[in-house]
Write a protein that binds this ligand. Structure first.
Ligand SMILES: O=P(O)(O)OC[C@H]1O[C@H](OP(=O)(O)OP(=O)(O)O)[C@H](O)[C@@H]1O
Ligand SMILES: NC(=O)CC[C@H](N)C(=O)O
Ligand SMILES: [Mg+2]
Length: 498
């Protein structure tokens, strides 16, 4: 099957539970944002989503409530292309809004899967924005369908709406708690009802969610960079397993799960979050720089200059250069009109994207022995292309250094890896990867090096401080859908093109 076979194909959830529709895409994260009680709710949500664009480039949506009706705009494409007109923002009336940037993990890139999802419940309207991925969604979906549910989308997130609708509890918050007690996996949720905004994080807090305030109004967002853009002040994080209910009267906190230690995803620090965000009380930029420092301590290289692979490799390169006392040089120039390539849906386009995105600054590279630094290697598309580019620009030696350990396992919590076999580090050992890339030498940061960069002495094997399943294969929740009946992975018989 080629990538193009994806178009118009009925949707099936394949072997490992990932959404494979004939392409080998690796997708990640989503961005969520919500605000209650502000006259410019839709405009601020559009700005917040803009700041969170790095978390999802596939589609964006905003739902508002004006006291009488909900208004929804859900579009395929970037926030800046779809929510840049006054007329669109004007249509989104009301002082309550919730927004979402999507990268699909379950369900194709179709308008019916674009969030926020909306349902008319007997308690009123309910809009849902979800970052993460549910690991028992297919099992729940099959049960719901066999008891009469008619699913409107093929996204895992929709099961939450059905569970809410079917709950026999009276109050909406009780129904919500009833619903999230049945789901497994990763979720940071921002929801809107007729009179409240609800935020929730899964019991170990895999995906981030923070609380801010602007002009006396509460804001919920995936990252602090979304607060900064609208001028909101950071209040605190929504804690793991916490449900916050925000009304005009203020914020109420609920604890529907037994208390457990948090285990947020280590990849927020490695790649996902924006470097100017503060995640878990730590600056992402500082941590990435520390990853570079640790990498230089563990795997020094005899070279002339340090060259970052933009964008995410930049902070680690600064740390590596400082630690090794070598000059930091922009040997690769990044084209600003190409986004994140790792999250590009199709491998063919991703490969072209990498080519378009990075150009060699030959006057810096020529004749030099260089250390190339990137934050991570997934398929190896970027590193292979860039090593080649460096040699073409006249590099004498190219030493590749990666500021995280090899990614050997797939993710089930909001990053859509194609299959474990397609991860470069699952196919080859370090020497095999070096040969694949064509580099003179190759080294990865150790797992303890990652934990040291975040401020610990190392990884606590008895109670790991983060979930690092992609690096260790230790999954922190049951993977129910992986053990279920493969027949249940047929998501929809309907073939659609958009
Ligand atoms: O091994 P690969 O499959 O190529 O994936 C890894 C690359 O993808 C990411 O960059 P991306 O272009 O997505 O985003 P960035 O601009 O934030 O670095 C990451 O920073 C690596 O450079
Ligand atoms: N990456 C995400 O957080 C995706 C959210 C949800 N699972 C979807 O596919 O729409
Ligand atoms: Mg990169």
């Amino acid at each position: 099957m080629t990538c193009d076979d994806n178009v118009g194909a009925a949707e099936t959830q394949w072997d490992s539970g990932y959404s494979r529709y004939g392409d080998d895409r690796l997708r990640e994260e989503c961005g969520v944002f919500g605000i209650l009680g502000h006259p410019d709710a839709a405009a601020l949500t559009a700005l917040g989503l803009h700041a969170l664009q790095h978390r999802g480039q596939e589609a964006a949506g905003i739902v508002t409530y004006d006291g009488h009706q909900f208004h929804s705009e859900r579009r395929l494409g970037l926030v800046g292309d779809n929510f840049n007109k006054g007329s669109v923002i004007k249509r989104l009336m009301g002082s309550m809004a919730v927004g979402h940037n999507r990268y699909s993990t379950t369900g194709n890139t179709l308008i019916r899967n674009v969030q926020p999802l909306f349902a008319d419940l007997d308690t009123g309207g309910f809009a849902l924005a979800h970052n993460g991925n549910l690991t028992n969604a297919l099992t729940l979906r099959r049960d719901l369908i066999s008891s009469g549910a008619i699913c409107q989308s093929t996204s895992d997130s929709e099961v939450i709406l059905h569970l809410l609708a079917r709950s026999n509890k009276r109050r909406i918050v009780e129904r919500f708690v009833d619903a999230i007690r049945q789901i497994e996996g990763a979720y940071a949720l921002v929801c809107l009802t007729n009179d409240m905004m609800i935020g929730a994080r899964d019991p170990i807090g895999i995906r981030p969610l923070i609380i801010g305030k602007i002009d006396g109004c509460y804001v919920l967002a995936s990252e602090t960079c979304a607060l900064d853009i609208v001028g909101a002040k950071f209040v605190r994080e929504v804690e793991n397993g916490e449900v916050v209910v925000i009304t005009e009267a203020g914020l109420e906190s609920h604890r529907p799960f037994p208390r457990r230690p948090a285990r947020p995803c280590i990849f927020e620090y490695i790649y996902f979050a924006r470097p100017d965000s503060i995640v878990g009380g730590r600056s992402v930029y500082d941590i990435r720089k520390q990853m570079g420092v640790q990498l230089a301590i563990e795997s020094p290289a005899d070279a002339d200059i340090i060259v970052p692979i933009p964008d995410s490799g930049v902070p680690a390169s600064i740390g590596y250069a400082q630690q090794s006392n070598l000059p930091f040089e922009l040997g690769i120039i990044r084209n600003h009109y190409v986004g994140r390539t790792f999250i590009e849906p199709e491998q063919r386009i991703r490969a072209l994207g990498v080519k378009l995105k990075h150009s060699a600054n030959a006057s810096i590279i020529s004749g030099k022995s260089i250390v190339l630094i990137d934050d991570s290697v997934v398929r190896g598309t970027t590193s292979k292309k860039i090593v080649q580019l460096m040699y073409e620009a006249g590099a004498r030696e190219v030493h590749m250094r990666i500021a995280c350990p090899p990614i050997t396992h797939s993710d089930y919590y909001g990053i859509d890896t194609p299959s474990t076999e397609e991860l470069l580090a699952a196919k080859f050992d370090v020497e095999g990867m070096r040969k694949f890339m064509g580099a003179h030498s190759l080294a990865f940061l150790s797992i303890d090096g990652i934990y040291r960069s975040v401020g610990f002495e190392g990884r606590d094997p008895n109670a790991p401080q983060f979930t690092d399943h992609c690096l260790t294969g230790e999954y922190p929740t049951p993977l129910t859908d992986q053990t279920g009946d493969p027949a249940a992975r047929q998501l929809s018989l309907l073939a659609e093109v958009s």
